[in-house]
Structure formats: structure tokens, C-alpha cells
Design a protein around this ligand. Structure first.
Ligand code: ZN
Length: 408
């Protein structure tokens, strides 16, 4: 792709600079049925680039959202960590913002209602917006969460605004996924009451670079934000980052509190200054990332090759999007791995994109007792290692690939 013709997703300037190319890969969440195994899979370029004007890190290819999200297979409630994370922030905001039955909490990409359920239980009206029909249905039927099934957009926000102006808008891990970034930010501005607050969580690009989390790069994940890049984006739309927190979730995230009044906490000032010192607004900061990623691939392949040479059996844990990037980029498939396990019942019975590994329930690990398990969902390592206590006591080992390869 000729980068000179690609405009920045945020500031629309041309002149993006390539940081890293991961080659052509299939869509990371497009799991295959047994029937599809005979068909070729479409692949798309996966290149990471930097905008020198507004400092946003982004991928250059945009796959149409309809191809990505219509039968999305990620149910937040399958992770204990996610559910606990959601409850904590809901309880905190109910308390600090004095929310009650006259308030309204909206969530963009509300998934299966894992977050809004905590508000609903406290008697606070909620509305979710979720494009994946099968997931929206679970929110409505099993949790009784009012859910609009569709993509959040400026137009939808205008429609909702009259009847549903929001005191709180949650947007967890969605801003990085939207193609019309500026439209969605304007939409947040429309839907938000004048004194409302949008609580937005995104993976933090600083953590991605520092901890070599290259597998968080996939086609659904269009942008990789720093606070500086977010600041440019919101200010352009008369919205202001009033507070910020760094969170350990998903390998390191930023949670920003965005409102219509131009007031910043000391923490926002401090982190912006810090970012300036680190140089996140300059290409040099990202320059070494590619070499770091290649080194990780080499280390991982060496560990796996050694195990195979010893006649060991290896499986993987977590049929996740990041797992797909890691396996496809490193070229690890059925010659190395016997199968993948995943706790999400909806993924079981499918096959992983590109690498075509069968996906089973986690119980398969105890049944088959492979010698080692490559942990693809390393962001939930604590939770998973705890759940797999018995497997480990019986001698099973886990290979954690990121930030550097280690065996536990
Ligand atoms: Zn830009």
C-alpha cells in the first residue's frame, strides 16, 4: 500500500510513517467452521503506522465493519477479570456522581450487558448499543438490558439524544475499533448531558511498545492511543479530558474521563508532560519496536522447536484475536500445536483463523495432558493459571510469550 495516499484516522493529515509490518493475515476473530476448512481465507495487510502531526499510532488497512462484527464471538462475561473490573467502576461512579432512578447510563459496544447490569441492579436506567446481533440478544433476553442493535454513530447519537441524554457514557475498548473516529467522538458529544462524563478505556500504546505487545495489533483494532493523541482528538470536538488513570487490564490501558468543561486534573497535566519526555509524539519512540517483535518471534520459535525435538506435545490456551495475530505472524500452526482450548463455549467446535487449530473446552487439557501450553491470552495469565492449578500440579507447563518468552 502506498502510504502517501492514506490519511490519518484522527487529524486526516497525510504523511504517515510505517512502524512495523506484520504481513498479510486473516481476520483475527473470523473463526472457521469445519465446512470452511476446505475454502481459502481472505487475508489483509497488517501494517502499523505513525502520524507525525497528531501522534496517533494506527493500522493503515480498514476492513469494512460489517465483515468484522456481525457475529462477534467475544462475550465479556466469560472472563472473571472483566466482570469484576466492570462492577468496580460502576459502583464507583454511582457513588461519586450520585446516580439514581432519574439518571441514564449508556454504553457503546455494550456486549452482553456485563457492565450495564451493575447499574440496572442499582435501579439506574441504562441503554446499550451493540452491533453484534447474537450478543445484543443475550443482553436483552438474559439480562433484560435495553439494547439498540447497531453501530454507534453521530446519527444514532442525535436520534437518542432527545429521549436518552446520558449522565454517563461508557466506551470500553471500542474507540480503538471504530473506522469513523471523528464521527463517534462527535456522537459522544451529542449524547452526553452538559455535565455528563464519558468514561473511555483504550489499550495504552506506551504499554504496547514497552512490553512488546505486538499481538494486540489486528484488523479490528485500528488505533493505538497515547494520552497526547486522545487529547488532540477530543479537543478538536470541544471535548476535554478531565481525568486519567492507568489500568493494568489488557496489558495496560488508559481510562479517560471526558466532559464538556475545559478542566484538567493534575494527573492529566502530569501524564501529558511525561509523554512529552518519553517522546510518544515522535517517530523515534516507535522505531525499535519492529526489531523487538522479531526477536520475540525468534525466541518463541526456539522454545517450541526444542520441545518438539524432545517429542513433547504442545497445545495453546485462548482462541483470542491476539492469539491469532501471534500464531499467524510467527507461523505457528498444526505442525507445532495439537489444539487450542478456550473457556468461551461459543468458540468451541470452531477452528482458528489461518492456523486452523481445533478449539476445545479447557477440560481437554486434563484429558490429553500435553506437556506444554502456549498461553495466547497472557493478559489473563493470573486468572488462567489459577484455573489450571490441577493441570500444572500434574506437571503441565505454560509458555507465556509476552512481554518476553518464559515458561512457568
Ligand atoms: Zn494524525
Amino acid at each position: 500500500m502506498n502510504l502517501s495516499q492514506v490519511a490519518c484516522r484522527s487529524c486526516t493529515a497525510f504523511g504517515l510513517v510505517t512502524i512495523l509490518s506484520l504481513g498479510k493475515t486473516p481476520l483475527a476473530n473470523s473463526l472457521l467452521t469445519a465446512e470452511q476448512l476446505t475454502e481459502p481465507e481472505p487475508t489483509y495487510a497488517l501494517d502499523l503506522a505513525f502520524c507525525p502531526r497528531c501522534s496517533l499510532v494506527q493500522i493503515t488497512e480498514t476492513v469494512p465493519p460489517e465483515e468484522l462484527f456481525s457475529e462477534y464471538l467475544y462475550f465479556s462475561s466469560f472472563s472473571d477479570t472483566m466482570v469484576a473490573h466492570a462492577r468496580t467502576i460502576a459502583e464507583r461512579l454511582i457513588e461519586s456522581r450520585g446516580l439514581n432512578s432519574n439518571s441514564l447510563v449508556a454504553e457503546i459496544a455494550s456486549n452482553d450487558g456485563y457492565l450495564l447490569q451493575h447499574y440496572k441492579k442499582a435501579g439506574i436506567p441504562v441503554i446499550g448499543i451493540e452491533p453484534a446481533a447474537n450478543i445484543a440478544r443475550v443482553a436483552m433476553e438474559e439480562r433484560d438490558i435495553l439494547t439498540v442493535c447497531g453501530f454507534f454513530s453521530e446519527d444514532l447519537a442525535r436520534e437518542l439524544r432527545d429521549n436518552w441524554p446520558a449522565d454517563i457514557i461508557h466506551a470500553n475498548n471500542v474507540l480503538a475499533h471504530v473506522a469513523d473516529l471523528n464521527g463517534v467522538v462527535r456522537g459522544i458529544g451529542h449524547l452526553l448531558k452538559d455535565n455528563g462524563v464519558a468514561v473511555i478505556e483504550v489499550p495504552y500504546v506506551k504499554d504496547m511498545i514497552d512490553h512488546c505487545e505486538f499481538d494486540t495489533i489486528y484488523h479490528e483494532h485500528l488505533c493505538y492511543f497515547s494520552l497526547s493523541a486522545l487529547n488532540h482528538l477530543f479537543n478538536r470536538h470541544e471535548l476535554f479530558i478531565q481525568a486519567v488513570e492507568r489500568l493494568p487490564i489488557h496489558g495496560g490501558s488508559l481510562r479517560v474521563f471526558v466532559g464538556k468543561a475545559n478542566q484538567r486534573s493534575d494527573e492529566v497535566e502530569r501524564l501529558l508532560l511525561e509523554e512529552e519526555k518519553w517522546g510518544v509524539g515522535r517517530f523515534e519512540f516507535y522505531q525499535g519496536f519492529g526489531a523487538q517483535v522479531e526477536k520475540l518471534r525468534e525466541d518463541l520459535l526456539n522454545v517450541l522447536k526444542k520441545l518438539k525435538a524432545e517429542g513433547k506435545r504442545i497445545a495453546a490456551y485462548g482462541a483470542s484475536a491476539k492469539g491469532s495475530t501471534l500464531l499467524n505472524y510467527c507461523g505457528i500452526g498444526r505442525e507445532t500445536l495439537d489444539f487450542v482450548v478456550d473457556r468461551s463455549t461459543i468458540k468451541q467446535g470452531y477452528y482458528t483463523p489461518g492456523t486452523r487449530l481445533p478449539i476445545h473446552a479447557p477440560e481437554k487439557l486434563l484429558e490429553e495432558m500435553p506437556d506444554s501450553v502456549l498461553l495466547l491470552t497472557w493478559n489473563f495469565a493470573d486468572e488462567i493459571l489459577q484455573q489450571q492449578e490441577e493441570f500444572r500440579q500434574r506437571g503441565g507447563r505454560f509458555i507465556i510469550p509476552v512481554p518476553e518468552v518464559r515458561v512457568v
